[in-house]
Design a protein around this ligand. Structure first.
Ligand code: THU
Length: 277
């Protein structure tokens, strides 16, 4: 959908005079469509993609990640937004989706009271009308190489510093190493709508899907305020479906990290295998 055409027909007439560069809008539309193609949607088939444009032109991707336990499915918007935090970037200029924003998503964005979102088209949220030209895709990767379980936990503790926890003040850091050698961060990212937040583990695993990285082989989890804290039930379910062969390492504080296999983490998990084609 063309940017300026859509802007002139938006229901929020107050924004219809915004001058968004139509070329930038069409690049963002195309990138959001590309992001959608990464979706993991074996249950509904409804691919969804989001691209976040940062102030320096870098872009961050998100796609829909479904789960056999349907309510745990992660929207492209929350996937991208939580990836931003884990990458230490919140200098957002715009967020484009491959489909119109729902009223719920608009309300979710508006409830983050440090931002005033405008919707010049049904698929675009912006913080100003002066958008940078989209440039390279930001890869949410860490360049450390963990040579021990303890070094993975040390990195997860560092990463927890990027958690966004205004509701709980309970930062969690997660580091995932994939079978193809990528090291990906995750943090918990909260919102006043407590039903639409994401844990550190699901943040990292959803990032793997959005960027097409291989499956997780190790998952390090550090609950800074609760050494020994393990993944919540929702994350266990998510890990069982997307990372069944991973080893999960838990920060035990001063003691050595503890490893847990996925069958130990969630015995008898419902994996959805029987649902998928
Ligand atoms: N949390 C995680 O990120 N991972 C866990 O394993 C446990 C819980 C977060 C979610 C929420 O931001 C806060 O901790 C309390 O549930």
């Amino acid at each position: 959908m063309g940017g300026l055409m859509a802007a002139s027909t938006t229901r929020r007439g107050v924004y219809s005079s915004m001058q968004i560069n139509p070329q930038i809008v069409s690049i963002l539309d195309r990138l959001a469509l590309q992001a959608a193609s990464m979706s993991y949607t074996p249950y509904s088939g409804k691919a969804e993609g989001v691209v976040v444009l940062l102030e320096d032109g870098a872009v961050v991707n998100g796609c829909r990640v479904e789960n056999a336990s349907f309510q745990l499915s992660v929207s492209a918007l929350i996937n991208a937004w939580s990836t931003l935090h884990a990458a230490g970037r919140v200098d957002v200029a715009a967020i484009a989706q491959n489909r119109p924003y729902t009223e719920g998503e608009k309300a979710w964005l508006q409830a983050m009271n440090e931002f005033e979102w405008l919707f010049p088209t049904p698929t675009l949220a912006v913080l100003s009308d002066d958008l940078p030209e989209p440039s390279e895709t930001l890869l949410p990767l860490l360049d450390q190489d963990m040579d021990s379980a303890a070094s993975g936990i040390a990195l997860a503790r560092d990463i927890a510093g990027l958690a966004h926890t205004p509701q709980s003040n309970f930062p969690v850091g997660c580091v995932v190493r994939t079978a193809d050698g990528h090291v990906v961060p995750g943090v918990n990212v909260e919102h006043e709508d407590w039903a639409n937040i994401l844990c550190a583990e699901r943040n990292a695993l959803s990032t793997l899907i959005a960027y097409g990285f291989g499956p997780a082989s190790e998952i390090w989890v550090a609950c800074i305020k609760e050494p020994g804290g393990t993944p919540c039930g929702a994350c266990r379910q998510f890990i069982a479906e997307l990372a069944p062969d991973a080893t999960v390492w838990i920060d035990m504080g001063d003691a050595a990290p503890r490893s847990i296999s996925v069958p130990e983490l969630l015995p008898g998990a419902f994996t959805g295998a029987g649902l998928r084609p």
